[in-house]
Design a protein around this ligand. Structure first.
Ligand code: SF4
Ligand code: SF4
Length: 438
């Protein structure tokens, strides 16, 4: 069986991103294969723990991908201060030809385009992919899943950091479908003990989203679970109201353009101009000013909102709104690199500690050791959409007996196979999930 078939059958999607099917990404002939262990988002520790514990698996997967694709330059990118992970990777990579690229603790160091430029000096064009410049980037968690696929193991679990306002931050490996409430319990529960005092961010502090409730399930792309006290400034940023933002932009945006000056994608010469998006909100009745193609290069890192703007405005949200609107009008991104890389690009990287301080998150910057995890809930709901593209179609019916690893959903077009993450009986099948009782 080819590597692509093994990866497809294992249901692997990008574990650190939007859930792009890995078997499609790997069907390429790159020069570089970059393992992304930068763990861009502050507070998260899952990639760090994965590298500490499974460095050999990551290197093994990289060698397998290189053998399949012909990639000659293999690089693992991670942070210099992840000492135990670096030591484990150095040991596992010795004599294999895999190099380590060690970075400072800055944000957004793990942004794919930033990483590609840091390592190769090449700029991925707007509307393009790293493959356009001969590179495939894969998250270390995804590579570990590829190592599992080589042994016939499908994706049924996810390594997740549970941090923020919990008693004891931890990193756990949880079956897909586990409600996030179980994960918070594994971290000793909410700081005050009262769940009503908190809201929960799923993902990292900057790019994550606010959970609807504690029964939201772990998916193949969940990287973090971060409760924060209600009223925390980060939660307010995540609930920006566009009409209110337009009024604020008109009243207080002084067009200082600091948001654009600190934008990592603008620094790559990709023509991203959040200050013009803000101006459009107030000055031109919503008509986008400046370079509309640059909007497609916004990676939603949030730096313009969470760090750059001194007036508490949220240009990243507005960029996202414009992007959606352009896509809705059928506008497609044009492949282009608009300008030169900013010679001061290095100095624009934001130290993670400073970012945490700005976001009032420094007190949550705590270790989150990997600990054993047991699911408390007897019934798990496994989502049918954990990848980009349409949801999978269920291939089991209510009452069916399944084992952990049984195929329960198949993609309809672009997507990835879904497997049962526990053994038991199927109790419910909807268009959104399959419930399995242990
Ligand atoms: S959104 Fe903020 S940082 Fe950007 S131009 Fe306006 S005031 Fe300046
Ligand atoms: S979110 Fe803001 S800083 Fe980040 S890429 Fe988009 S415009 Fe640039």
């Amino acid at each position: 069986m080819s590597l692509i078939d093994l990866v497809r059958d294992a249901g692997i999607v990008g574990a650190g991103g939007a859930g792009f099917p890995t078997h499609i990404k790997l069907d390429a002939k790159p020069e570089y294969l970059i393992a992304n262990g930068a763990e861009c988002e502050p507070l998260l520790r899952s990639d760090r723990r994965i590298m500490e514990k499974n460095a050999a698996g990551i290197i093994r997967a990289m060698k397998a991908v290189a053998e399949h694709s012909g990639a000659k330059k293999l690089v693992v990118a991670t942070k210099r201060h992840y000492e135990a992970a670096v030591a484990a990777l150095e040991k596992a990579a010795a004599g294999t030809g895999v190099a380590l690229h060690l970075m400072k603790s800055t944000y957004p160091s793990g942004d794919e385009q930033t990483l590609v430029y840091d390592i190769t000096g090449r700029v991925v064009p707007t509307g393009g992919l790293p493959l356009d410049v001969g590179v495939v980037v894969s998250n270390v968690a995804t590579l570990l899943n590829i190592a599992g696929a080589l042994d016939g193991k499908p994706v049924t679990n996810k390594v997740i950091t549970v941090s923020g306002a919990v008693k004891n931050p931890v990193t756990v490996e949880a079956p897909i479908g586990t409600p996030i409430g179980d994960l918070i319990e594994a971290a000793g529960g909410f700081e005050s003990g009262n769940p009503d005092d908190y809201e929960v961010i799923i993902g990292g502090p900057l790019m994550g989203f606010v959970a609807k409730g504690l029964d939201e399930p772990v998916t193949k792309t969940t990287g973090g679970v971060l409760p924060l006290p209600k009223g925390h400034k980060l939660l307010a940023y995540k609930k920006v109201n566009i009409e209110k933002q337009a009024k604020l932009a008109k009243a207080v945006c002084c067009q200082c353009s600091v948001c654009t000056q600190l934008c990592p994608r603008a620094a790559l010469g990709l023509g991203v101009e959040p200050h013009k998006a803000m101006r459009a909100l107030s000055a031109e009745k919503g008509k986008l000013l400046g370079n509309p193609n640059g909007v497609f290069s916004c990676c939603d890192c949030g730096l313009c909102s969470y760090y750059a703007c001194n007036f508490g405005l949220a240009p990243s949200v507005i960029m996202g709104t414009f992007k959606k609107s352009l896509m809705g009008q059928g506008v497609k991104a044009k492949k282009e690199v608009r300008g030169n890389v900013d010679p001061g690009i290095e100095s624009k990287k934001v130290p993670a500690a400073r970012l945490l301080s700005r976001l009032a998150l420094s007190k949550y910057d705590r270790d989150a050791p990997l600990v054993p995890f047991t699911v408390k809930t007897p019934e798990l709901r496994i989502p049918l959409k954990m990848h980009i593209g349409a949801p999978c179609r269920a291939v089991v019916e209510k009452g069916a007996a399944v084992s952990a690893g049984t195929v329960i959903g198949l993609p309809q077009g672009l997507g990835a196979v879904i497997h049962a993450s526990l053994s038991g009986t199927v109790t419910e099948v909807t268009g959104e999930y399959i419930a399995i009782r242990a």
